[in-house]
Design a protein around this ligand. Structure first.
Ligand code: SF4
Length: 237
C-alpha cells in the first residue's frame, strides 16, 4: 500500500460497512480467509495522467482479490478494453498477483469498503472522501479523471465543492461522455458504470466505452498541447 494512503489499512470508520463485512459469507469455492473484508486500496501508478473512479469494491470481486475491478463482472468487461487501447498490460484481471500493470492510469473507488447491495450511503461516501482526495493530491501529472456512475461522479463533485473548486453541483449534470473543466485541476469525464447490470441491460457496451477512452486520449493530447503552448513563451525568455 502506498505510504500516501496512511490510515487506510484497518480503517473502520463506517460501522455499517464493517458490520456487513464482518459477517459476509464467502461465495462457493472460497473461504472468508480468502477475502479482504476491509478497505481495498487503489491500483496503478501515482505518476499516471489518468485516474478512474468506480463506486466501491464488489463484495465477491475486489473485496476478495484486494484490487479494484478484479475478479468481478465490471472488471471482466473493462480490463480487456483498457488493454485494447494500451492502458493495461493484459486483458485478464483475476487476482492481485496476476501480473497486470496499468499504463498511465490509476484506478480506485469512491468508497474503499464493499457495501451491502453495492449501495454506499451518504455518510460512507463522505467518510471515505479524504482517501480519494489523498490519492489524487498525490498524482502531480493527473490530467483527466473518469468517473464511473452517478455515485462516484457526485462524490467527486462534493469534494471539489468542499475545496471551493466548484460552486454548485447542479452546474455539472451527470451524462455519459460529459466533459467538465472545473476552475482548476483535472478535466472530468462522466461515464456510465461498467457494472454487470449495465452491460447486461445494454446501457454500457464495448463500443460505448471504447469511444469514451478515445475521448480521454484526445483530451490528454489537448491538455499536453495546452501545456506546450504555455511553456513556449517562457522558454524564449
Ligand atoms: S469505506 Fe472508507 S472511510 Fe469507510 S471504513 Fe472503509 S476505508 Fe474507512
Amino acid at each position: 500500500m502506498d505510504i500516501r494512503l496512511t490510515g487506510l489499512a484497518g480503517c473502520r470508520v463506517c460501522t455499517r460497512l464493517c458490520a456487513y463485512l464482518d459477517k459476509l459469507q464467502a461465495k462457493r469455492g472460497w473461504s472468508r480467509s480468502d477475502y479482504v473484508n476491509g478497505p481495498v486500496p487503489g491500483f496503478g501508478d501515482f505518476r499516471a495522467r489518468v485516474g478512474l473512479v468506480g463506486l466501491a469494491p464488489g463484495a465477491h470481486g475486489a473485496n476478495r482479490t484486494g484490487r479494484p475491478f478484479t475478479g468481478d463482472g465490471a472488471g471482466d468487461f473493462m480490463y480487456p478494453l483498457l488493454y485494447q487501447v494500451g492502458f493495461a498490460s493484459q486483458p485478464e484481471a483475476i487476482a492481485a498477483d496476476d501480473g497486470l500493470q496499468l499504463n498511465d492510469l490509476y484506478i480506485t473507488n469512491a468508497v474503499k469498503c464493499a457495501p451491502p447491495e453495492n449501495k454506499p450511503d451518504a455518510t460512507e461516501f463522505a467518510a471515505c472522501r479524504s482517501f480519494l482526495k489523498a490519492e489524487f493530491d498525490s498524482m502531480p501529472q493527473l490530467k483527466v479523471i473518469i468517473l464511473l456512475g452517478q455515485g462516484a461522479f457526485t462524490s467527486y463533485l462534493r469534494m471539489l465543492k468542499a475545496d471551493r473548486v466548484i460552486d454548485r453541483l447542479t452546474d455539472f449534470p451527470f451524462a455519459h461522455g460529459a466533459v467538465y473543466r472545473p476552475r482548476c485541476g483535472p478535466v472530468l469525464v462522466a461515464s456510465y458504470h461498467t457494472s454487470r447490470y449495465n452491460v447486461q441491460t445494454g446501457r454500457m457496451t464495448a463500443p460505448l466505452f471504447l469511444a469514451l477512452l478515445a475521448q480521454v486520449r484526445k483530451l490528454l493530447d489537448e491538455e499536453s498541447g495546452a501545456e506546450k503552448t504555455v511553456e513556449k513563451p517562457l522558454s524564449l525568455n
